[in-house]
Design a protein around this ligand. Structure first.
Ligand SMILES: Nc1nc2c(ncn2[C@@H]2O[C@H](COP(=O)(O)OP(=O)(O)OP(=O)(O)O)[C@@H](O)[C@H]2O)c(=O)[nH]1
Ligand SMILES: [Mg+2]
Length: 510
């Protein structure tokens, strides 16, 4: 408690006691005058005691609570009792997390599943704890650690001129009177350092930045392109950021204003003017004329003021938005993993069916070329791919889909196109005689593949062919599968699986 307040308190109590003595004296006299009625006298005594008690209580309350509160809020403008995380948002985050956990349970890769689960637990714990995460981010040597030291009011991190002084994320807890939430301030390694270690540290810094409720992006000059890009990317995903121009003690006032104006101009689209502030976290010592060394104090008030205003006005929303954002990102990550996993499974199905079709067709060649498509697109394959994507189709529906795709293959001329493409490729590899018999089988395998890949796209998008319809999807798959390197690999496999068995058969005189 400051001395001035203690003095006021003692003086006040003396005055109150003096007044009370005077009052007691006057009232004693009144009491004697009322001595004819003991009840009235006692009542007066009680009244007196209550009055003195109330007076002392009111005075102590005024000095300790009201005045103390005012002083605190003057010194730390960020103080204001907080309300809970906006309910709608926290509920949205909870339900997103629940959905993510359901998704995660479908992931077969144990390592990936555990990683996602632990992240979802972490987000949930954050939701429960409700701390405000402030992350200090920026180029190496811009003065991030110096900023954290200044804000914490003591040396918590090592400061040095070369880049790469901070190698890991360090978090410190900042408790502010009157603010329900704790503030966690995290120092990160600098971005844009050279070397592999630098890149790894940069990755860590970027991850920490994406987890922040509020980002302090520290620069010591105008933004370089390499700083602008990560900053814009973070702002684009909705990261609330302040730009902190540090080392202003090195600039003249005019230069400082010029740099500030330039910074504000550069980030105009995504960061407000007030959110670009100038500080000197660890100003250089100066030599006075007397020869003494003078160490100026850190000037971080503009940052503290802005941080306070932002946290006061948006703190709750920032926490809620960030938790929601993170759970959505986690959901997106899980979705991608599941998609890749399903794709691998579906690709295996297509692979299996393409060679089944090839075997059947090559032993019983078809009279009409376009019939090849019908023979190739197998209803069972459609049903099995659907199942991978959680769509239970019956065989009837599978056949319907297979047939319409076969028709599309024929109508687009893909059957003829494939025959031609594969004949040419086969001719380069095997004798003409054997091609005649193998070509339909090989083409059937190829068409099955295109059909299968098209169905994967269809089921991936919730049984939707997209704006361009089935035609566009099928055509795209044909384009993708006619690339040279793919055709070469396909022909090698076709020779082993279709041509060779046929040749063996004919050589054995069958
Ligand atoms: N003149 C001046 N120098 C400063 C100021 N703040 C930091 N520095 C100096 O800048 C250098 C780098 O400071 P750090 O705080 O280590 O920078 P950092 O961003 O944490 O660096 P890394 O951890 O390597 O990324 C040190 O030599 C500091 O003394 C400032 O306000 N003015
Ligand atoms: Mg540092």
């Amino acid at each position: 408690m400051p001395l001035s307040r203690i003095v006021t308190l003692i003086a006040g109590l003396i005055v109150i006691l003096g007044l009370s003595l005077w009052l007691i004296d006057s009232l004693t006299r009144l009491y004697w005058q009322l001595s004819y009625s003991p009840l009235l006298g006692n009542l007066l005594l009680l009244l007196l005691i209550v009055l003195i008690g109330a007076l002392i209580a009111a005075f102590v309350y005024y000095v300790l609570v009201i005045q103390g509160g005012e002083q605190n809020s003057r010194r730390n403008p960020r103080i204001r009792p907080q309300v809970k995380v906006p309910e709608a948002k926290s509920e949205a985050a909870s339900s997103t997390l629940q959905a993510v956990r359901q998704q995660v349970s479908q992931i077969q890769d144990e390592v990936a599943r555990q990683a996602l689960l632990s992240k979802s637990r972490e987000i949930e714990a954050n939701l429960a704890r409700g701390e405000i995460q402030v992350v200090v981010f920026g180029t190496g040597s811009a003065g991030k650690t110096s900023l954290v030291n200044a804000v914490m009011g003591r040396m918590v991190g090592k400061v040095d001129a070369p880049m790469g002084t901070t190698t890991a994320g360090e978090t410190y807890c900042l408790r502010l009177k009157g603010l329900e939430r704790k503030i966690l301030i995290t120092d990160t390694p600098g971005i844009l350092e050279a070397g592999v270690a630098g890149t790894e540290r940069e990755q860590l810094a970027r991850e920490l930045a994406t987890e922040a409720d509020l980002l302090l992006f520290v620069v010591d000059n105008d933004l370089r392109r390499s700083e602008y890009e990560p900053l814009r990317a973070l702002a684009e995903i909705g990261k609330r950021s302040l730009i902190v121009l540090n080392k202003t003690d090195l600039y003249t006032d005019e230069d400082k204003e010029v740099i500030l104006a330039r910074l504000r101009q550069r980030v105009k689209g995504f960061i407000a003017i007030h959110d670009v502030v100038a500080i000197a976290a660890n100003p250089q010592a100066v030599q006075l004329e007397s020869g003494d060394i003078f160490q100026p104090e850190a000037d971080i008030l503009p940052l503290l003021r802005r941080m306070a205003a932002v946290l006061r006005a948006e703190g709750e929303d920032l926490v809620a938005d960030n938790i929601l954002l993170q759970s959505m990102r986690l959901g997106e990550e899980a979705r991608k993993l599941i998609d890749a996993q399903r794709r691998r499974q579906a690709d295996k199905i297509v692979e299996r069916f393409q060679w089944i079709g090839a075997g059947v067709v090559s032993v019983t060649p078809l009279p009409v070329v376009d019939l090849l498509a019908t023979a190739a697109v197998n209803a069972q394959m459609v049903v099995e791919i659907g199942r991978i994507y959680g769509c239970e189709l019956n065989m009837e529906r599978g056949r319907e889909l297979a047939l319409s795709l076969a028709k599309t293959l024929a109508s687009l001329g893909i059957v003829k196109g494939a025959l031609q493409l594969l004949s040419t490729a086969l001719q380069l590899n095997v004798g003409t005689f054997i091609i005649g018999r193998a070509i339909q089988g090989v083409t059937a395998a190829y068409l099955t593949r295109i059909a299968g890949k098209s169905f994967i796209e269809y089921f991936r998008h919730d049984q939707d062919w997209g704006d361009g319809g089935m035609t566009e999807v099928v055509q795209r798959q044909f384009q993708l599968n006619r690339r040279d390197e793919f055709v070469k690999a396909f022909i090698q496999e076709a020779i082993a699986r279709v041509v060779k068995p046929l040749r063996d058969k004919s050589e054995s005189g069958d």
